[in-house]
Design a protein around this ligand. Sequence first.
Ligand code: ACO
Length: 326
Amino acid sequence: LRSVGFWGTGSYLPERIMTNKELESIVDTSDEWIRTRTGIHERRIAADHEATSDLAFKAGEKALEHAGLSAEEIDLVIVGSCAFDMYLPATACLVAERLGAKKAAAFDVETACTSFIYGCAIGAQFIATGFYNKVLVIGAEVMSRIIDFQDRNTCVLFGDGAGAAVLGPVENGKGIRSIYLGADGSGGPSLLVPAGGTRLPHSLSTLEKREHFVRMNGSEVYKFAVKVMGDAALEALDRAGWKREDIDFFIPHQANQRIIDSSVKKLKIPMERVEVNLNRYGNMSAASIPVALDEAVRAGRIREGDRLMLVGFGAGLTWGSLAVHW
Ligand code: ACO
C-alpha cells in the first residue's frame, strides 16, 4: 500500500460576523453565558445567496491552488457535511462541476462533525491502493440554515464555513500513519434533525413543531465528547506506534472549549500546540477541523516533519482520528 499525505489545504469563511451580543437580541442568552460555557465569541454566517456548495467550492479552489494542481487532475471529490445543498444531487457533484473537475468521481459523506475525518479516511484508501492519485476532501457547512434561532440551547453554538485538503501519495514515511473511526447509533437521539427524511417527512405539523431544525441533548453529547476525544486520540496514537509526547500538534473538533481542555489535559499536550478557532467561528461541524488545519499550515504553526493528531466527533454518534506525519 502507498503512503497518503496532504498536498495542500484551503478554507473559506463567509464575511458576515455574528457576535454573541447580536444573539442576545434574538434569544434569551448573554455574551457572558456563551463565552464561559462554550468559549465562543463570534461565528460566521453565510449570505442569503450562499449555500454549502458555494463555500465548499471556494475552499476547494484554494486547496487546489495550494497543492499546485488544476481541477482536471483530481480523481475524486468528497464533500463531508450535515447541511447539504439538497437531497439530490450530491453536493460533491455540484462542487466538482463548479471546480471543473471533469475527470473526477464525486460523492458526499455524512457523519456530521466527523465527516472530514471520515472523508479523509475514505479518500486515503483509494490512493493507498493505487486506484486514484489525487483526492479532494472538503468539509463544508451552512449550519445557520438548519439550526433553530428560537432555541438558545443550540443556536449559539454553531457557525458556517468550509475547509478542504488535497490528498495524494507521499514518501519517506510521511502522511497518514493511522486511522481510527467509530460509530454508536444508540446515541443517535442525542443530536438529530427529526423531520425531513423518510421517517418523518416534512408536513405542516413538523414545521409548526420546528422539527426541521437541529435538536440536541447538550449534556449527553458533552459527556460522550469528553470521553471519546481522549480515547480516539489514544487509539490513533497506539495504531501509529506513537506515544503521547510524540504529538507536535493537536487539532481537535471545535465544539466547546471545555471539551478541548479536558482532552488536552488527558493527552498532556501543552496548549500552545493545540489549534483553536472555536472562539472566532463557533462549531462549524465538518468544517472545523479542515479550517483549523489550513489556518495552522498557512500561519506556519505546523511545520514539515511535525506529528499531528486530528480528532473529530459528532452526531451519529460518530468519532474518528488521524495520526499524520506532516
Ligand atoms: N444562554 C443562556 N442560558 C442557556 C443557554 C444560552 N444560550 N443555553 C442553555 N442555557 C441554560 C439551560 O437552559 C440551563 O438552564 P436550566 O438549568 O434553567 O434548565 C442552563 O443554561 C445550564 O444548562 P447546561 O446544559 O447545564 O449547560 P452546560 O454547562 O452543560 O453547557 C452546552 C451547555 C454548552 C450545550 C454543553 O452541554 C455542550 O457544549 N455540549 C456539547 C455540545 C456539542 O458538542 N455539540 C456538537 C456536537 S458536534 C455535531 O455533530 C454537530
